[in-house]
Ligand binder design. Structure first.
Ligand code: XBP
Ligand code: MG
Length: 248
């Protein structure tokens, strides 16, 4: 796109009214990845795999979206041929991991990130539509939101795009494109909120302007293409340009 056209496009997207805020889930709405990591390790232990993902390796593995895909990647890349496990085993181990993760959510070990609850309330009060775009499963989203928001997720989010609904997870744009399609929205009418590089790339490939607020595991990632960079979801700490864009 020529410089002039890009300028015109940028100005156009800047003036289009934001109708929908699309939130990533893990790492954005809530700091979930430490609970996921511990659940993976519990599942590896109960299957006597001899695997243990510490925080260092897990930061690298989070470049692979999807728990099952992450186990497959680790199995292919780090375990010797003799110790490689079958895709049936991976399926079973991921189911066990999800059970352990859901236990920790039910016990209250995972909470919304500071400011998220108030941000969602303010956005709804100002008649913004809300949506979710996440590589995790619908069950994981439902359980956490029910326990943290005490509301049915469907009453808060108009559409919840989850990993089980698309062929390609992040950084492919599929999860975000599904939100646009299902809610009949144009990319310039939306803002995406993400915590990771693969999430940023996914939203940008769907031509959606993206706000990044790094999470515990994504601090230091490359967010060059982000339209806004936050260090907090507390509204009073949003840059003025973002509050103006959101009309909040
Ligand atoms: C984060 C993910 C998920 C979780 C693990 O998704 O990539 O895979 O790490 O959950 P997002 P599952 O940041 O897009 O919300 O094991 O259920 O995949
Ligand atoms: Mg995320």
């Amino acid at each position: 796109m020529k410089k002039k056209e890009l300028e015109r496009y940028r100005n156009f997207t800047e003036i289009t009214k934001i109708r929908c805020l699309i939130f990533d889930f893990d790492g954005t709405l809530a700091e979930t990845e430490e609970a996921h990591r511990k659940a993976f390790n519990r599942a590896f232990q109960s299957n006597k795999l001899g695997w243990n993902w510490d925080q260092h390796i897990y930061k690298r593995l989070l470049q692979v979206a999807g728990g099952k895909e992450r186990i497959e990647f680790y199995n292919r890349s780090f375990s010797s041929n003799s110790k490689q496990i079958s895709s049936k085993d991976i399926e079973e181990i991921h189911l066990q991991k999800t059970k352990f993760y859901m236990q920790s959510v039910s016990q209250g070990f995972v909470q919304l990130r500071p400011g998220i609850r108030e941000f969602l309330e303010e956005a709804r009060y100002n008649k913004k539509k809300l949506a979710i775009s996440t590589s995790t499963s619908r069950d994981n989203v439902t359980l956490l939101l029910k326990s943290c928001l005490n509301e049915n997720p469907e009453d808060v989010f108009s559409f919840i795009s989850t990993g089980d609904l698309v062929k390609k997870k992040k950084p492919s744009p599929d999860l975000y494109e599904l939100v646009l399609e299902e809610m009949n929205l144009k990319p310039e009418e939306c803002l995406a909120f993400e915590d990771s590089r693969i999430g940023l790339v996914s939203a940008k490939r769907a031509n959606i302007n993206t706000v990044i607020n790094p999470s515990h595991y994504s601090v230091g990632d490359n967010f060059d293409e982000a339209d806004y960079l936050l260090t907090s979801f507390l509204l009073e700490q949003f840059p003025k340009s973002l509050r103006k864009r959101l009309a909040l």
